[in-house]
Ligand binder design. Structure first.
Ligand code: DGJ
Length: 339
């Protein structure tokens, strides 16, 4: 009897201390749970919306919009070595509190930040959709910031309309040869355009082309073998809509529509989310994660993340809903012959 009490005492103690550790340090994850609350290693809800991820020096870095109650509060950055557990690294780019005339004066809107590392300049370059303070979504600019370190702090460089074109939702893409591209919604979102970036990635070049005029936004692009795949959403504000994929042999087109890749409940509404990025998984050849935001317009910081595996075969792209999944399960996913 005495032994039973001792055992019980230890069990209660161990369970209690585990729970306490969980609360204090945050949950340790070994799988993705799309659209569920996702906390960082300190137990805070991850605040990185409309984001993008880079892999650098053996770590992933996730950049995304820091949101307060609706307000834009800059760009947050998190790091991870396993893609499940993310450590908050701080505010990578802060709104400018010192200069009310700055393009990024507090009150501006910064959305969809994406970062690339430039091998030539050894700098990390961030691009984002910038709207000037007090102007709603009228300014339609791209903003650029730069840092010596992946986690920042990033220094604002400039903002502009690329080659004079309106620029709202956007992403960046770095090709295998180091050339980089800015893909952006233009002309009140009716056009989707691409511009090749300068060698230092700080400005667009004049090589700037219309991809298609189909009123699309939220571009997320990846390369699989010798083709480029571009996921986009329709333009319905924060409300979800139907996704589409286009494929092309060249970034400058022609782009061919190949359908809605989503499969599962609410697939016709991108599972309630909107595309933001497609992340190539390190060490898993030709494996990608589709990243989307499930927006909560009443409280944007409370928007959820939908991360799902991408499957590609014979040009057909499929993104299937799963309540939970892990990277180990990808080994059994379908692959093209030879991959
Ligand atoms: C949809 C865009 O994709 C978001 O990034 C944001 O700009 C909202 N529109 C604003 O309504």
């Amino acid at each position: 009897m005495k032994n039973l009490f001792v055992c019980l005492f230890f069990l209660v103690g161990i369970t209690g201390s585990c729970l306490a550790q969980n609360t204090k340090r945050g949950t340790s994850y070994d799988r993705f749970s799309p659209a569920a609350v996702w906390t960082d290693t300190k137990g805070e809800v991850i605040n990185a919306h409309g984001g993008g991820v880079i892999f650098d020096n053996k770590k992933y870095y996730w950049f995304g919009e820091k949101r307060g109650r609706g307000a834009s509060e800059g760009v947050n950055v998190y790091s991870s070595s396993d893609l499940y557990n993310w450590t908050f690294e701080g505010l990578a780019l802060a709104p400018d509190d010192a200069d009310p005339e700055s393009d990024i004066a507090r009150g501006c809107i910064m959305e969809r930040p994406k970062v690339l590392y430039n091998e030539k300049t050894k700098k990390y370059v961030m691009w984002f959709h910038l709207e000037l303070k007090g102007q709603g979504y009228k300014a339609a600019r791209a903003g650029v910031a730069i840092s010596d370190n992946a986690t920042g702090p990033y220094k604002f460089v400039s903002s502009f309309r690329p080659n004079g074109n309106m620029s709202r939702d956007m992403t960046l893409f770095k090709d295998d040869n180091g050339d980089a591209y800015h893909i952006y919604s233009s002309r009140e979102n009716y056009d989707l355009r691409v511009s090749k970036l300068s060698d230092d990635y700080l400005t667009p070049t004049a090589q700037d082309t219309l991809l298609f005029s189909k009123h699309r936004e939220a571009p997320a692009i990846f390369r699989y073998k010798d083709k480029y795949y571009l996921v986009t959403s329709g333009c319905t504000g924060w409300a979800p809509n139907k996704a589409s994929v286009h494929v092309s042999k060249s970034l400058f087109g022609p782009w061919q529509y190949i359908g809605d890749p989503m499969i599962g409940p609410q697939s016709e509404l991108t599972f309630g989310g909107q595309s933001t990025y497609v992340l190539p998984i390190q060490g898993k050849k030709d494996q990608f994660i589709f990243m989307a935001d499930k927006w909560n317009p009443k409280d944007l910081k409370d928007s959820r993340y939908i991360w799902l595996p991408v499957s590609i075969k014979d040009d057909a792209v499929q993104i299937k809903w799963q309540d939970q999944w892990d990277l180990k399960s990808l080994n059994n996913k379908r692959r093209s012959p030879g991959s």
